[in-house]
Write a protein that binds this ligand. Structure first.
Ligand SMILES: Cc1cc2nc3c(=O)[nH]c(=O)nc-3n(C[C@H](O)[C@H](O)[C@H](O)COP(=O)(O)OP(=O)(O)OC[C@H]3O[C@@H](n4cnc5c(N)ncnc54)[C@H](O)[C@@H]3O)c2cc1C
Length: 390
């Protein structure tokens, strides 16, 4: 049996998220994008109404919602503005490794903190020389007695300038490639330096920062899981967060589709609304199909997680397809607007810029294809459970 019916709770949660996006995000989204304004007030309101940290388990003060629930929220918020959506949802990325591998004490401390106040956490994997290939990272964590000393630098860190704490990946065995990486929780006050905020093409209301660690001392108990098992933890984290990125891509695509559809009915050329021209109709039709398909893959990848199934393949299908669809749909939305689509006074120009990041972060579209090829050519049993349950 396949059932795509949402529960009443899911429907009202989606409605609440949509309402929030419509009333709190949309009215300021284009202005925040233009100025690169940090959406602090919106974050605080979203935290108050329960639209942040949906994944936090009740034992740490959260609502304990599922991955599908989270995807429903993320699509709506990204429909409002995906830059603000990225800022709102980044705690899910940063805390996934804590949920997967931290001791009970660390979970209580760091997950609990996010439910007590509207604080942010960041996920620090990427480095200047280690993007798609994280095994090239140079940040080191050297054990000295009951602490680790971290040195190095991370780039492109979402919410990096505002985070209260960071989940940081560093080499504990420099010569072991991806088998020498470990993960730690590092508090900002322990000496994390925020070097610079990036000036970006899109998602300009989100904060993307370069940060560095100069002899930052971290208690040994803040190691997440086992030493040198950080790579696996990062991959398991991304399996869990890619459905959320796919949901955000679907939200951007839906926004672009709606603007393009409305405009095509208003704009008259050759004596009729341009929606009457088959060339425009076919673009709109393809947008509609791709949004449906992106959402179905997103829901499936989230549903598998909620059912304790390993979802690496479907997660990459969803992220790759939804990201590429969002870029294509936003590009076609600009096409439907004609020259006006290229002008900042019209809404689709921002969506075109925002969509691009979907094909880049949390694994580029090429890296998703690598995962899909590996999983297809060397399949693992799909019912094989993940090593550590979420
Ligand atoms: C706005 C923004 C927010 C981000 N947030 C975070 C964050 O919070 N935390 C974090 O850790 N990182 C974050 N990132 C980093 C992001 O995940 C990386 O940019 C991404 O993984 C790609 O790495 P790279 O930029 O070094 O590109 P590279 O790895 O240098 O890739 C360059 C190009 O080569 C292609 N390529 C690389 N290897 C292969 C291959 N084997 N086969 C085919 N093609 C290949 C890539 O697809 C890409 O097209 C963020 C990035 C941005 C721009």
């Amino acid at each position: 049996m396949v059932d795509f019916t949402l529960t009443d709770e899911q429907k009202s949660m989606r409605e609440m998220a949509h309402d929030f996006a419509e009333k709190e995000i949309r009215p300021v989204a284009w202005e925040y994008d233009r100025e690169g304004t940090w959406p602090q007030e919106i974050l605080e309101k979203a935290w108050e109404v329960g639209l942040m940290n949906s994944h936090l388990p009740p034992e740490y003060g959260g609502p304990g919602l599922g991955y599908l629930d989270g995807a429903l929220i993320e699509e709506e918020i990204a429909w409002g503005c995906s830059g603000i959506g990225t800022s709102l949802s980044c705690n899910g990325l940063a805390t996934a490794p804590i949920g997967l591998a931290a001791s009970e004490k660390l979970k209580k401390e760091y997950l609990g903190r996010l439910s007590e106040a509207p604080l942010l956490a960041s996920f620090c994997l990427t480095e200047p020389d280690a993007g798609s290939d994280v095994s090239g990272m140079r940040t080191t964590a050297v054990k000295q007695g009951d602490k680790y000393v971290i040195n190095g630098s991370k780039c492109f860190i979402t919410n990096g300038g505002y985070a209260d704490y960071y989940t940081v990946y560093a080499k504990t065995d420099k010569d072991a490639g991806h088998r020498g990486i470990s993960a730690f929780v590092v508090e900002r006050d322990w000496g994390v330096i925020v070097d610079k905020k990036e000036d970006k093409l899109g998602q300009r209301a989100s904060n993307t920062a370069t940060i560095s660690f100069n002899d930052v001392e971290v208690p040994a108990e803040n190691l997440l899981g086992e030493e040198n098992k950080g790579f696996k933890l990062a991959m398991m984290t991304l399996d869990r967060t890619r459905p959320g990125v796919a949901a955000m891509a679907t939200g951007i695509a839906r926004a672009a589709f709606e603007f393009a559809t409305d405009y095509s009915k208003e704009r008259v050329q050759f004596g009729v609304p341009i929606a009457m021209h088959q060339g425009i109709q076919f673009m709109i039709a393809d947008m509609a199909t791709e949004i449906e398909a992106a959402r179905l893959l997103t829901w499936k990848s989230a549903f598998m997680l909620d059912n304790g199934e390993r979802n690496s393949l479907v997660s990459s299908h969803a992220k790759r397809f939804a990201a590429d669809a969002a870029m294509k749909i936003a590009t076609d939305a600009v096409q439907v607007y004609g020259g006006y689509g290229f002008i900042k006074d019209y809404p689709v120009e921002k969506l075109f810029r925002d969509a691009k990041i979907m094909q880049l972060y949390e694994g580029t579209s090429q890296i998703q294809r690598l995962v899909i090829a590996r999983e297809t050519l060397l399949p693992r049993r799909s019912e094989e459970p993940t090593a550590v349950p979420a």
